[in-house]
Write a new protein. Structure first.
Lengths: 226, 245
């Protein structure tokens, strides 16, 4: 077995294959970054919306609750296929990567909104009363009082989610998006040893997620200290 | 004309009425204390006054001007004239002492930073906290936090100050430093409503004392009346039960 690896190594590590793997890695990274950034922004909006008491926003609030509760319960693979079948006829010509990215955003928005909501709710009501009594409006209260006090609670689970998410994007391979997992499969199908093909993919996943978990751990420590 | 006039004020949580047609008035510079058993609606009264809990009926006038609690503009005007100090978790935990005191004047009232900081230094000196300007609330004792909270409440130059059991969460040896600070403010022309269980203090600083029970005003009069010759048996029971402890 190791013989094969040694024998195939020069052919495997040729520039063409390396570019192929790097491109796949770029797609995995891209889906993660776009998905989590969008998820963070929209998730924040949903969390704030759900925390508001305004009667005018009640219908929107109900939609948000429905969305979060549904999308947290559907397997990611199913979301992928739903998005595929909804988007295909609506926007013909959308790339598979586009469809996978939309799915990823839908999923991460639902999960991150819950993480952010738990963080916002961890701030004692007195702090918010205090802000209102000093004439802070809702946005000023959020930005100056609630958010700064909730990062401690939001960041650890959010970071864990992102790290897990890097791996979840592999399901996009089921649609035919050539991300890391699919790239590994293709290399093996071309006759390379699975040890080489998937070994390289494994290293790539590690390179993507290890710095992330380290950064998260460092941040967590700093927040806990302050 | 009274400075603060409360007319038949009511409030409810859900279907439960916890404030029942309370009427009270305080002249400019008066110190009106509110006493009563736990759950009698004292905190609710203060929360309604500053617009944190909506009233279900009644009216409030400040210097003859009616407060409209459903109007954001009216609320903003009201809170420009009225400040509150709560029982605990008062200070913003993410801000230094200095920032706690200056954030509202600078960010909300848009007053010049230098002027606000100079005033804040004076206020912190007044409450004996000048040396802790750069500390965070969690680095301070409960009594120190409450003194900073009082400085913060003063930084918006209020005409009316509300205190809601500001010493109730403190260690006994910390109570006096906070009461001392409040006592120091009683001659500055600020109208004060003080909810407290510290009866000796209430008796000493109040111009009048209001007794509440089950959401109602039972009796209101000078300290000598409430403590020595209460007109209502409920007041007598409450006062003697507290003084016995
Ligand atoms: N947020 C709330 N929701 C429901 N009921 C409340 C709430 N706050 C207070 N109450 C009720 O209102 C009544 C008056 O409470 P409160 O004003 O806090 O009394 P006090 O300050 O005199 O102890 C109590 O019966 C209490 O249980
Ligand atoms: Mg109370």
């Amino acid at each position: 077995m190791l013989d094969t690896v040694m024998q195939q190594a020069p052919a495997f590590f040729n520039p063409h294959n390396l570019v192929f793997i790097l491109q796949a890695m770029g797609r995995t990274l891209g889906m993660t970054i776009v998905g989590c950034t969008t998820g963070f922004v929209l998730g924040m909006a949903i969390a704030v919306l759900r925390g508001s008491r305004s009667v005018l926003l009640l219908p929107l609030r109900l939609v948000a609750i429905g969305y979060v509760e549904v999308f947290r319960r559907i397997p990611f693979l199913v979301i992928l296929f739903i998005v595929l079948f909804v988007i295909e006829p609506l926007l013909p010509g959308t790339s598979l990567l586009g469809i996978a990215t939309i799915s990823v955003c839908l999923l991460s928005t639902a999960f991150l909104s819950e993480i952010i909501r738990a963080g916002l709710e961890s701030v004692p009501g007195r702090q918010i009363d205090g802000a209102h009594a000093l004439n802070f409006n809702a946005l000023q209260t959020l930005v100056m009082v609630t958010l700064p006090q909730s990062w401690k609670v939001i960041l650890p689970p959010a970071a864990a989610f992102v790290v897990m998410f890097v791996k979840d994007t592999s399901l996009a391979s089921q649609l035919g998006v050539i991300e890391l997992t699919f790239a590994g499969k293709m290399l093996v199908n071309r006759g390379f040893s699975p040890l080489l093909g998937f070994g390289a993919i494994l290293v790539c996943y590690f390179i993507l997620s290890y710095p992330l978990s380290r950064a998260a751990a460092r941040l967590e420590k700093r927040l806990a200290a302050s | 004309m009274p400075h603060l006039e409360i007319v038949s004020l009511s409030s409810r949580y859900g279907s439960e009425e916890v404030l029942k047609e309370v009427s009270l008035a305080a002249d400019q510079g008066e110190v009106l204390s509110v006493i009563g058993p736990s759950g009698s609606g004292k905190s609710t009264l203060l929360r309604v006054l500053i617009g944190l809990t909506p009233p279900s009926g009644g009216e409030v006038f400040i210097a003859g001007e009616r407060v409209d609690y459903s109007s954001r503009r009216s609320l903003k005007g009201l809170r420009g004239k009225m400040s509150i100090v709560f029982q605990e978790y008062n200070l913003f935990q993410n801000m230094t002492v200095m920032r706690n005191v200056t954030v509202a004047p600078i960010k909300i009232k848009k007053r010049p930073r230098e002027q606000v900081e100079r005033q804040a230094e004076a206020l912190l000196a007044k409450v004996g906290m000048a040396h802790k300007q750069d500390a965070y609330p969690e680095e301070l004792s409960g009594g120190q936090q409450q003194r900073v909270a009082i400085a913060r409440a003063l930084a918006t130059n209020p005409e009316i100050l509300l205190f809601d059991e500001v010493t109730a969460a403190l260690d006994p040896e910390r109570v006096n430093e906070v009461l001392e600070t409040i006592r120091g403010l009683t001659n500055e022309g600020i109208t004060m409503i003080i909810v407290s269980h510290e009866m000796a203090f209430v008796r000493e600083v109040s111009t009048r004392v209001a007794m509440m029970d089950e959401g109602r005003l039972v009796e209101c009069g000078p300290p000598a009346q409430i403590f020595d010759a209460p007109r209502q048996s409920r007041t007598r029971e409450f006062v003697s039960s507290i003084l016995r402890h």
